[in-house]
Design a protein around this ligand. Structure first.
Ligand SMILES: [Mg+2]
Length: 272
């Protein structure tokens, strides 16, 4: 039984309460620092007044990011993708690998994805780039029976919303043995190469999947990609990368739930 799980309220709580959310949502056995003891009057009051977990389970649709969300960031697939992006850029723009690596980082930060920067500033055609950078070794991604069982128990439609291409998503989902849970993959091609966190693909996804934001939960490892979802009224779940798990003061205000281990969290959420 997970206590204190809440759906996004119409008006977000003040920052102090938002912090409190984080701590009462921790799974048993996961040791956390806390600015509010779980037994404090504030937390006890929240437990009594916050929306219980059945509201989360009653979500009509779950929107999942793919990379570093459905498999752990410790799988480190993105180091392969980054290396291949750098090599592609070096060839495409005839520059050194360090120069290409710097450009990759700059475009990622300024355009949402490296691809978006290359298309906007260099007129690059995306197909060859996407094929090349996602041609990676996936042996670090293995079947996840805990996630599979949790998704089986989780009510509601489930869709993938990724800045990558569909064929990469299909490969990952097959490696995890969870493809059968998802009714749709909304990828970067379907989004006309406009990446999260730009607002356009969120609006398009909402129309495509007929989402009702107040009944939709979005799950992501990049907190910035949850900003448009929160602004639309979705409930947001941040699957926090291992590198920032000890930095509790960095939980952004637009995040409703912080999760360190998605499969275990969903498992606890859907347990009888
Ligand atoms: Mg991701």
């Amino acid at each position: 039984m997970v206590e204190g799980i809440v759906l996004r309220d119409e008006s977000p709580p003040p920052p102090a309460l938002k912090l409190a959310y984080v701590y009462i949502l921790n799974l048993p056995g996961v040791k956390r620092k806390s600015v509010f003891p779980a037994t404090s009057p504030l937390i006890m009051a929240m437990k009594q007044t916050s929306t219980p977990k059945y509201r989360l389970i009653q979500a009509e649709c779950w929107v999942f990011d793919l990379d570093n969300t459905l498999y752990p960031s410790t799988s480190d697939l993105f180091s392969q993708v980054d290396q291949r992006m750098t090599r592609f850029i070096a060839d495409f723009l005839d520059m050194s690998l360090p120069e290409a690596a710097e450009l990759r980082r700059t475009y990622y930060l300024e355009h949402g994805t490296t691809l978006a920067g290359l298309m906007a500033l260099h007129g690059m055609h995306p197909e060859a780039f996407l094929d090349y950078v996602h041609d990676i070794d996936l042996t670090a991604v293995t079947p996840d029976p805990v996630l599979n069982q949790a998704l089986s128990r989780l009510p509601g439609r489930k869709v993938i919303f990724t800045n990558g291409p569909t064929n990469h998503a299909v490969r990952i989902l097959e490696r995890l043995s969870i493809s059968h849970h998802f009714e749709d993959i909304y990828d970067i091609v379907g989004a006309d190469y406009i990446p999260k966190p730009k607002p356009e693909p969120y609006d398009a996804l909402m129309r495509r999947c007929k989402l009702k934001p107040s009944l939709t939960v979005m799950v992501e490892d990049l907190a910035r990609n949850l900003i448009p979802a929160a602004e639309m009224g979705m409930t947001t779940v941040w699957v926090r990368p291992a590198a920032v798990r000890e930095q509790d003061d960095l939980v952004p205000a637009h995040v409703d739930h912080v999760v360190d281990y998605l499969a275990q969290w969903l498992g606890a959420l859907t347990a009888e």
